[in-house]
Design a protein around this ligand. Structure first.
Ligand code: FES
Length: 185
C-alpha cells in the first residue's frame, strides 16, 4: 500500500532530510545530451551528464574520485565492443557506466578496486527531458506514488499534441511568483 504524500512530507521534515533532494528534477533536454559530457548544477550540486555506448544516460557528481577534477571537462571515449567510458581530463582515469573506474592509463595492468568510483545518481527520461533524483527516499515511509517517477503529463500522449522543449530561461523572481505567472492565463 502506498503511503500518502502528506505523511511522507511530515516524516521527511521530522528527519530533517530535504524533500527537494528526494524529488525528480529536470536537468537537460534529451536533445542536448549527445556525444560530449554536459555540466549542470542541481540544488547547488555540480553534476556531469553523459551517455554510454548503449544510449543509457548517467548523472554523476562532477568530481573525479582521484584528485577532484571536474569530469564534465573530460570526454566520452570508445572502450571497444560498443562500450563507452567517461575519461577524466586530468590523469585520464576512465569510468564505466556504473561509475566504477576501469582503466588507469599510468597503470594499464592494474584493476582499480570498487572504491575508485564516481558518485552516480538516479536518472529517468521523460517528456523529452532527463530527470535526476539526488537522494533516494529513505524515511521509513512507503514511497508515495507521486515520488516514484517524474510527474506525469497526460496531454503529451494525446493524438495531435505537440510537445516543445524550450528554455531554460533566467528569470529574476521567486519560484512562487513564477508559478503564479504561468498559471495566470
Ligand atoms: S583527477 Fe581524475 S584522473 Fe586524476
Amino acid at each position: 500500500m502506498q503511503g500518502s504524500l502528506f505523511h511522507f512530507v511530515v516524516r521527511s521534515l521530522a528527519m530533517k532530510t530535504s524533500l527537494e533532494l528526494m524529488l525528480w528534477h529536470p536537468v537537460v533536454a534529451l536533445a542536448d545530451l549527445q556525444a560530449t559530457p554536459v555540466a549542470v548544477t542541481l540544488l547547488g550540486q555540480p553534476l556531469v551528464l553523459w551517455r554510454d555506448g548503449e544510449g543509457q544516460a548517467h548523472a554523476w557528481t562532477d568530481r573525479c574520485p582521484h584528485r577532484g577534477a571536474r569530469l564534465s571537462l573530460g570526454q566520452v571515449v570508445d572502450a571497444g565492443c560498443g562500450l563507452k567510458h567517461l575519461a577524466c581530463p586530468y590523469h585520464g582515469w576512465q569510468f564505466a557506466s556504473g561509475g566504477r573506474c576501469v582503466h588507469v592509463p599510468a597503470l594499464p595492468d592494474w584493476s582499480p578496486p570498487p572504491s575508485h568510483a564516481a558518485q552516480a545518481h538516479e536518472v529517468q527520461e521523460a517528456h523529452g527531458l532527463l530527470w535526476v533524483r539526488l537522494v533516494a527516499p529513505d524515511t521509513g515511509a512507503t514511497l508515495p506514488t507521486e515520488l516514484t517517477r517524474p510527474p506525469p503529463f497526460e496531454p503529451a500522449s494525446l493524438a495531435g499534441w505537440r510537445s516543445v522543449v524550450c528554455g531554460p530561461y533566467a528569470v529574476a523572481t521567486s519560484a512562487p511568483r513564477l508559478v503564479e505567472n504561468f498559471l495566470d492565463i
